[in-house]
Design a protein around this ligand. Sequence first.
Ligand SMILES: [Zn+2]
Length: 257
Amino acid sequence: MLGGGASAIYIRGGGEEAAIGALTGSGAGAADGGSELGAEFVGSEPGAEFGGSGAGAADGGSGSVAADGGSGRITSVNGGAGYVVLDAGHGGSDPGTCEMGIYEKEIALDITLIAAKLLEEAGVEYILTRGEDVYVPIERRIEIANNDTTAFIVSVHCDWYKHKSINGTSTLYNSGDEDSKELAKLMQSYLTFNLGTVDREIHPHKDIVLLREAQVPAVIIELAFISNKHDLSLLKTDKFKEQAAQNLVEGICAALA
Ligand SMILES: [Zn+2]
């Protein structure tokens, strides 16, 4: 596709120490080791707490813009060239949410791996916090993000809520962080294209550790509700995963432009 001169650092389990060491970052952030994604571990995904009923038509109309990573050099929203950190939520002993035998950790990884391939083709430098089904502590994810060479971090999740009628796609950011809010707006504007989900828009949050402790712009993407029949039927398909990955990458490339 587009000329990819840049080589990606691809983190897989045991290889990550060396990879991160080479980036000579600013060191670990102030991860407090507390609960992970806030409400997620007590029964609902953070996204589900916001945005009301989730009603509203999926727009599907927002434009899809071609990835423009052709220059090979990235000017990031964090000032200067940088890596995009792509974070597949959960993994290993932490399955995330689950419904009808479909695990959030698997969907997040599938889509992240497709997106990584597309980023590579677009010549965008990226780092994965995990490239396989392994447990990565939240402190480690934050440490990877908090690096001078990071442009921003995008964390990929699926939503869940006790009210099964709630559905749709949303993007979360830390309240009060304007850079992250801008990134969230931009990512959300690309996410629902051809996806078949409702646009639940962006939501501020102040208790999600990853968003709070990231020292670079950070967003959590909630692709669809695993607890909703319609969304789950989409999440299971390759078509959805490929389109979601494509939308993610186009949003990322737009943010880097
Ligand atoms: Zn999650």
